[in-house]
Write a protein that binds this ligand. Sequence first.
Ligand SMILES: Nc1nc2c(c(=O)[nH]1)N[C@H]1C(S)=C(S)[C@@H](COP(=O)(O)O)O[C@H]1N2
Ligand SMILES: [Mo]
Length: 247
Amino acid sequence: MKVQIWNTKKVRNRTILSFVVFFVMMGLAYCFWKWLYAQPEEGGALKPLRKILIQNEKIFKPLVSQEHLVKTYPLQKAEKKVRVNGWDGLETPLDANWKLKVVRKTGDTIFITLDDIKKLPKTDIVFDFKCVEGWNQITHWGGVKFSDFAKYYELDNEIQMEYVGMITPDKGYYVGIDMPSAIHPQTILCYEMNGKVLPLNQGYPLRLIIPVKYGVKHIKRIGSIFFSNTKPPDFWAEEGYDYFLGL
Ligand SMILES: Nc1nc2c(c(=O)[nH]1)N[C@H]1C(S)=C(S)[C@@H](COP(=O)(O)O)O[C@H]1N2
Ligand SMILES: [Mo]
Protein backbone atom coordinates (compact mmCIF):
# COMPACT_ATOMS: atom_id res chain seq x y z
CA MET A 1 0.00 0.00 0.00
CA LYS A 2 1.20 3.47 -0.86
CA VAL A 3 1.01 5.99 1.96
CA GLN A 4 0.82 9.57 0.78
CA ILE A 5 3.28 11.80 2.57
CA TRP A 6 2.26 15.46 2.53
CA ASN A 7 5.07 17.89 2.26
CA THR A 8 5.09 21.08 4.30
CA LYS A 9 4.51 23.28 1.27
CA LYS A 10 1.29 21.48 0.42
CA VAL A 11 0.09 21.73 4.01
CA ARG A 12 0.90 25.44 4.08
CA ASN A 13 -0.96 26.11 0.85
CA ARG A 14 -4.02 24.23 2.10
CA THR A 15 -3.95 26.19 5.34
CA ILE A 16 -3.82 29.50 3.50
CA LEU A 17 -6.66 28.40 1.23
CA SER A 18 -8.81 27.44 4.27
CA PHE A 19 -8.30 30.87 5.78
CA VAL A 20 -9.13 32.64 2.53
CA VAL A 21 -12.33 30.59 2.14
CA PHE A 22 -13.23 31.26 5.79
CA PHE A 23 -12.87 35.04 5.47
CA VAL A 24 -14.72 35.17 2.16
CA MET A 25 -17.65 33.24 3.73
CA MET A 26 -17.67 35.52 6.79
CA GLY A 27 -17.71 38.51 4.45
CA LEU A 28 -20.63 37.09 2.49
CA ALA A 29 -22.58 36.26 5.66
CA TYR A 30 -22.02 39.81 6.94
CA CYS A 31 -23.14 41.36 3.63
CA PHE A 32 -26.24 39.12 3.56
CA TRP A 33 -27.12 40.10 7.11
CA LYS A 34 -26.66 43.81 6.32
CA TRP A 35 -28.82 43.41 3.21
CA LEU A 36 -31.54 41.46 5.05
CA TYR A 37 -31.97 44.09 7.76
CA ALA A 38 -32.07 46.88 5.18
CA GLN A 39 -35.14 45.23 3.60
CA PRO A 40 -38.63 46.65 4.12
CA GLU A 41 -41.10 44.88 6.39
CA GLU A 42 -44.14 43.07 5.14
CA GLY A 43 -46.82 42.14 7.66
CA GLY A 44 -44.48 42.47 10.62
CA ALA A 45 -41.65 40.37 9.12
CA LEU A 46 -38.77 41.45 6.90
CA LYS A 47 -39.86 41.01 3.31
CA PRO A 48 -37.43 38.21 2.29
CA LEU A 49 -38.37 36.24 5.43
CA ARG A 50 -42.07 36.76 4.78
CA LYS A 51 -41.46 35.35 1.27
CA ILE A 52 -39.99 32.21 2.81
CA LEU A 53 -43.06 31.85 5.07
CA ILE A 54 -45.31 32.19 2.03
CA GLN A 55 -43.30 29.54 0.15
CA ASN A 56 -43.53 27.18 3.13
CA GLU A 57 -47.25 27.71 3.17
CA LYS A 58 -47.52 26.70 -0.49
CA ILE A 59 -45.60 23.50 0.19
CA PHE A 60 -47.41 22.47 3.38
CA LYS A 61 -50.96 23.64 2.72
CA PRO A 62 -51.95 20.63 0.53
CA LEU A 63 -50.71 18.32 3.30
CA VAL A 64 -53.60 19.28 5.61
CA SER A 65 -55.90 16.72 4.18
CA GLN A 66 -59.26 15.84 5.64
CA GLU A 67 -58.06 12.30 6.28
CA HIS A 68 -55.00 13.22 8.29
CA LEU A 69 -56.05 13.38 11.93
CA VAL A 70 -54.13 14.89 14.81
CA LYS A 71 -53.24 12.34 17.50
CA THR A 72 -55.88 12.02 20.24
CA TYR A 73 -55.60 10.70 23.81
CA PRO A 74 -57.81 8.81 26.27
CA LEU A 75 -59.95 11.02 28.56
CA GLN A 76 -57.97 10.25 31.71
CA LYS A 77 -54.86 11.78 30.13
CA ALA A 78 -56.51 15.20 29.98
CA GLU A 79 -55.08 17.91 32.23
CA LYS A 80 -57.43 19.05 35.02
CA LYS A 81 -55.66 22.38 35.57
CA VAL A 82 -55.78 23.88 32.12
CA ARG A 83 -53.44 26.76 31.47
CA VAL A 84 -54.91 30.17 30.63
CA ASN A 85 -52.96 32.19 28.08
CA GLY A 86 -53.90 35.43 26.32
CA TRP A 87 -56.55 37.93 27.36
CA ASP A 88 -56.85 39.99 24.21
CA GLY A 89 -60.50 40.48 23.40
CA LEU A 90 -61.55 39.17 26.84
CA GLU A 91 -60.95 42.32 28.87
CA THR A 92 -64.30 43.90 28.11
CA PRO A 93 -67.36 42.54 29.96
CA LEU A 94 -69.30 39.90 28.07
CA ASP A 95 -72.72 41.00 26.84
CA ALA A 96 -75.35 38.89 28.65
CA ASN A 97 -77.29 38.73 25.38
CA TRP A 98 -74.36 37.27 23.45
CA LYS A 99 -75.29 35.67 20.14
CA LEU A 100 -72.92 34.37 17.51
CA LYS A 101 -73.06 36.57 14.42
CA VAL A 102 -72.46 34.83 11.09
CA VAL A 103 -72.04 36.92 7.97
CA ARG A 104 -73.08 35.12 4.81
CA LYS A 105 -71.38 35.55 1.44
CA THR A 106 -74.33 37.71 0.38
CA GLY A 107 -73.74 40.03 3.34
CA ASP A 108 -76.85 38.79 5.19
CA THR A 109 -76.28 38.04 8.84
CA ILE A 110 -77.60 35.31 11.12
CA PHE A 111 -77.56 35.46 14.91
CA ILE A 112 -77.30 32.15 16.73
CA THR A 113 -77.72 31.52 20.46
CA LEU A 114 -75.56 29.18 22.50
CA ASP A 115 -78.61 26.97 23.12
CA ASP A 116 -79.09 26.56 19.37
CA ILE A 117 -75.44 25.63 18.95
CA LYS A 118 -75.75 23.08 21.78
CA LYS A 119 -78.60 21.38 19.92
CA LEU A 120 -76.21 20.34 17.13
CA PRO A 121 -74.33 17.01 17.32
CA LYS A 122 -71.58 17.21 19.94
CA THR A 123 -67.99 16.12 19.44
CA ASP A 124 -65.37 15.68 22.16
CA ILE A 125 -61.65 15.79 21.58
CA VAL A 126 -58.59 15.18 23.78
CA PHE A 127 -55.42 16.33 22.06
CA ASP A 128 -52.06 17.94 22.72
CA PHE A 129 -52.63 21.70 22.67
CA LYS A 130 -49.46 23.51 21.54
CA CYS A 131 -48.57 27.16 22.01
CA VAL A 132 -45.80 28.82 19.98
CA GLU A 133 -44.39 30.12 23.28
CA GLY A 134 -43.16 26.59 23.87
CA TRP A 135 -45.65 24.91 26.17
CA ASN A 136 -48.13 22.15 25.44
CA GLN A 137 -50.88 20.37 27.37
CA ILE A 138 -53.17 17.43 26.71
CA THR A 139 -56.63 18.94 27.10
CA HIS A 140 -60.26 17.91 26.66
CA TRP A 141 -62.80 20.04 24.75
CA GLY A 142 -66.36 19.61 23.54
CA GLY A 143 -68.50 21.34 20.94
CA VAL A 144 -69.85 21.11 17.44
CA LYS A 145 -67.65 20.36 14.45
CA PHE A 146 -67.33 23.51 12.36
CA SER A 147 -68.24 21.41 9.30
CA ASP A 148 -71.47 20.15 10.99
CA PHE A 149 -72.29 23.72 11.98
CA ALA A 150 -71.74 24.92 8.40
CA LYS A 151 -73.94 22.13 7.03
CA TYR A 152 -76.76 22.84 9.48
CA TYR A 153 -76.79 26.57 8.74
CA GLU A 154 -76.50 25.92 4.98
CA LEU A 155 -73.21 27.71 4.62
CA ASP A 156 -72.41 25.67 1.50
CA ASN A 157 -71.45 28.63 -0.68
CA GLU A 158 -69.50 30.11 2.18
CA ILE A 159 -67.29 27.06 2.71
CA GLN A 160 -66.41 27.11 -0.97
CA MET A 161 -64.50 30.30 -0.17
CA GLU A 162 -60.85 30.32 0.81
CA TYR A 163 -60.83 31.64 4.37
CA VAL A 164 -62.87 32.02 7.53
CA GLY A 165 -62.39 35.05 9.75
CA MET A 166 -63.35 35.08 13.44
CA ILE A 167 -63.42 38.12 15.74
CA THR A 168 -64.12 38.66 19.44
CA PRO A 169 -67.21 40.81 20.22
CA ASP A 170 -64.97 43.79 21.13
CA LYS A 171 -62.69 43.17 18.08
CA GLY A 172 -59.70 42.89 20.42
CA TYR A 173 -58.60 39.52 18.97
CA TYR A 174 -59.14 38.02 15.55
CA VAL A 175 -57.91 35.13 13.45
CA GLY A 176 -57.93 34.06 9.82
CA ILE A 177 -58.19 30.35 9.04
CA ASP A 178 -57.73 28.64 5.67
CA MET A 179 -60.88 26.71 4.73
CA PRO A 180 -59.32 23.20 4.60
CA SER A 181 -58.29 23.61 8.25
CA ALA A 182 -61.65 25.13 9.24
CA ILE A 183 -63.66 22.21 7.86
CA HIS A 184 -61.14 19.62 9.10
CA PRO A 185 -63.08 16.93 11.07
CA GLN A 186 -61.31 17.82 14.34
CA THR A 187 -62.06 21.56 14.20
CA ILE A 188 -64.83 22.49 16.64
CA LEU A 189 -66.80 25.48 17.82
CA CYS A 190 -66.20 24.68 21.46
CA TYR A 191 -68.45 25.37 24.49
CA GLU A 192 -67.14 22.79 26.98
CA MET A 193 -63.85 22.04 28.70
CA ASN A 194 -63.38 18.85 30.75
CA GLY A 195 -67.09 18.12 30.26
CA LYS A 196 -68.17 21.39 31.92
CA VAL A 197 -69.23 24.84 30.71
CA LEU A 198 -66.26 26.67 29.22
CA PRO A 199 -64.79 29.07 31.84
CA LEU A 200 -64.89 32.80 30.99
CA ASN A 201 -61.11 33.11 30.71
CA GLN A 202 -61.05 30.12 28.43
CA GLY A 203 -63.48 31.66 25.97
CA TYR A 204 -67.04 31.29 27.28
CA PRO A 205 -69.49 31.19 25.58
CA LEU A 206 -67.79 29.92 22.42
CA ARG A 207 -64.22 29.44 21.26
CA LEU A 208 -62.44 27.75 18.41
CA ILE A 209 -60.57 24.47 18.94
CA ILE A 210 -58.52 23.72 15.86
CA PRO A 211 -56.02 20.92 16.63
CA VAL A 212 -54.24 21.24 13.25
CA LYS A 213 -53.03 24.70 14.34
CA TYR A 214 -50.93 26.27 17.10
CA GLY A 215 -52.70 27.87 20.09
CA VAL A 216 -52.84 31.41 18.67
CA LYS A 217 -55.51 30.33 16.19
CA HIS A 218 -57.81 28.89 18.89
CA ILE A 219 -59.67 32.18 19.36
CA LYS A 220 -61.54 32.52 22.65
CA ARG A 221 -64.93 34.28 22.91
CA ILE A 222 -65.98 34.35 19.26
CA GLY A 223 -68.31 37.24 18.45
CA SER A 224 -68.60 36.96 14.69
CA ILE A 225 -67.65 34.70 11.82
CA PHE A 226 -67.26 35.75 8.19
CA PHE A 227 -65.94 34.23 4.97
CA SER A 228 -63.53 35.61 2.40
CA ASN A 229 -61.36 34.77 -0.58
CA THR A 230 -58.58 36.97 0.76
CA LYS A 231 -56.76 36.51 4.04
CA PRO A 232 -58.84 37.90 6.92
CA PRO A 233 -56.93 40.07 9.42
CA ASP A 234 -55.03 37.98 11.95
CA PHE A 235 -53.83 39.34 15.30
CA TRP A 236 -50.54 37.45 15.51
CA ALA A 237 -49.76 37.42 11.78
CA GLU A 238 -49.78 41.23 12.06
CA GLU A 239 -47.04 40.88 14.68
CA GLY A 240 -44.90 38.93 12.24
CA TYR A 241 -45.91 35.34 13.00
CA ASP A 242 -46.57 32.92 10.17
CA TYR A 243 -50.15 33.31 8.93
CA PHE A 244 -50.79 29.61 8.42
CA LEU A 245 -49.30 28.30 11.71
CA GLY A 246 -50.17 24.70 10.92
CA LEU A 247 -48.81 21.76 12.84
N1 LIG B 1 -59.58 36.06 22.50
C1 LIG B 1 -58.37 35.49 22.60
N2 LIG B 1 -58.17 34.23 22.20
C2 LIG B 1 -56.95 33.66 22.29
C3 LIG B 1 -55.84 34.39 22.79
C4 LIG B 1 -56.06 35.73 23.20
O1 LIG B 1 -55.16 36.44 23.64
N3 LIG B 1 -57.34 36.24 23.10
N4 LIG B 1 -54.60 33.78 22.88
C5 LIG B 1 -54.36 32.58 22.05
C6 LIG B 1 -53.20 31.82 22.46
S1 LIG B 1 -51.67 32.48 22.09
C7 LIG B 1 -53.29 30.57 23.04
S2 LIG B 1 -51.92 29.63 23.35
C8 LIG B 1 -54.60 30.02 23.43
C9 LIG B 1 -54.59 29.63 24.90
O2 LIG B 1 -55.83 29.05 25.25
P1 LIG B 1 -56.14 28.79 26.78
O3 LIG B 1 -56.07 30.12 27.50
O4 LIG B 1 -57.48 28.16 26.86
O5 LIG B 1 -55.05 27.86 27.29
O6 LIG B 1 -55.65 30.93 23.20
C10 LIG B 1 -55.57 31.65 22.02
N5 LIG B 1 -56.80 32.38 21.87
MO1 LIG C 1 -50.20 30.73 22.26
